[in-house]
Design a protein around this ligand. Structure first.
Ligand SMILES: *Cc1c(COP(=O)(O)O)cnc(C)c1O
Length: 383
């Protein structure tokens, strides 16, 4: 019996394991030298002197970034409905309201032509999501943000490494960019995240708020020349700091980010070549020489497909292939739907896509034989 092919799998090597063991032996488990190093190497990865703030998840990173940018009760934040609930829930943490916008059916990214209509006098920020690792139309987003004086915080949970007009996501002129190192993401530390910002005051606030509103982090607290017991609480902060154990993983995962991207791109290219001609729509491609991280490989079944999406997933599972759905759009979840009186017909593209999308397995350790099994299972199910 062939073993089950999962839809995602982390790629942890000996270097990561050695680094974690080193942290365990060092006696320093939580935020310390490895976290500092990971932050420094993250800015080197982006190739610029930019503020990097390591946190324990992208959810906390998005929360801290919006908090530091002054988003609060009564404000509105525009985002896409086609995302994970974390993107929008952080807006609620701050007492603000997310305003959901429909997607472009080809890219699954926010439909930038519909942003302006969603702006009200309460709008303070836009949170675009680079779905699956394909960059949003950032030029359009940054232009509308500038026109209406809105902050931009990129949800880059899928976007390491992703480029837009030749620049790595994180290097654009947004106010902050937030990455996720969750277990299934392209660079994985189990749990973890990173905030990147060009504003020193945003970075300062996020650093304080990530650790109980204490004005120096643990690393400084134990190495500074002030008495080691002394610290000041300046705000009711959060417990969002990254551990050195996670940073140990991140340091080596980041070194491999380009290699991992190449492996994912090769898998995506093979799917593209072998699935074309079937009653399905292949994922959108970058328009020029840009790079997509290929966090996800999402196909959309055509209306002529002989099975429904749900049946398709069941039949692949029966053939030992694990698929998933990214995402059940937020406007269909009870909390978001009922709180904001959202209707399916207000999001025609996202609602239509939702019924037909499938995330096929894509992970760097997938063997050619495993991918053949996935391709054969897809072909059998659709022809
Ligand atoms: C995974 C994910 C998040 C949350 O990341 P965590 O690190 O798990 O908090 C946010 N937004 C999107 C689009 C995601 O896929």
């Amino acid at each position: 019996m062939n073993k089950f092919i999962p839809f995602a799998l982390p790629d942890i090597g000996e270097e990561e394991i050695r680094e974690v063991v080193d942290s365990l032996s060092s006696g320093w488990l939580t935020t310390g030298p490895k976290t500092k190093r990971f932050e420094k190497e993250f800015s080197e990865f982006l190739g610029q002197d930019i503020e990097t703030i390591a946190v324990n998840s992208a959810t906390s990173g998005l929360h801290l970034a919006l908090e530091a940018l002054g988003i609060g009760p009564g404000d509105e934040v525009i985002t896409t409905t086609h995302t994970f609930t974390a993107t929008a829930e952080v807006v609620r943490y701050l007492g603000a309201d997310p305003v959901f916008v429909d997607i472009n059916l080809a890219t699954f990214n926010i439909d930038t032509t519909k942003i302006e209509a969603a702006i009200t006098p309460r709008t303070k920020a836009i949170v675009p999501v680079h779905f699956g690792g394909l960059a949003c139309d950032m030029q359009a987003i940054l232009e509308v943000a500038q026109k209406y004086n809105l902050k931009v915080v990129e949800d880059a949970a899928h976007a390491i490494p992703t480029t837009y007009q030749g620049q790595l996501i994180g290097n654009l002129s947004s106010d902050a960019t937030v990455y996720s190192f969750y277990a299934t993401k392209t660079v994985a530390t189990g749990e973890g995240g990173m905030i990147v910002t060009r504003h020193p005051e945003v970075a300062k606030r996020a650093r304080i708020m990530r650790l109980h509103g204490i004005n120096r982090d643990a690393f400084d607290r134990y190495t500074s020349t002030k008495p080691s017991w002394h610290y000041e609480v300046v705000a009711p902060g959060f417990k969002y700091n990254m551990t050195d154990i996670a940073a140990s993983l991140g340091i080596h995962q980041l070194k491999k980010a380009w290699l991992l991207q190449k492996k994912r791109a090769a898998i995506a290219n093979r799917y593209d070549a072998e699935l074309k001609g079937l009653p399905l729509h292949l994922p959108a491609k970058v328009v020029n020489d840009d790079i997509q991280s290929w966090h996800l490989y999402v196909i959309r079944l055509d209306d002529s497909a002989k099975v429904s999406r749900n049946t398709f997933i069941e039949q692949l599972a029966a053939k030992g292939v694990g698929c998933s759905v990214h995402y059940i759009p937020l406007h269909l979840h009870p909390y978001w739907r009922d709180t904001y009186k959202l209707r399916s017909e207000d999001f025609p593209c996202a609602s239509y896509a939702y019924e037909r999308i499938v995330s096929l397995p894509i992970y760097t350790k997938m063997t050619p034989a495993e991918q053949t099994r996935v391709i054969e299972a897809v072909k059998k199910t659709l022809t």
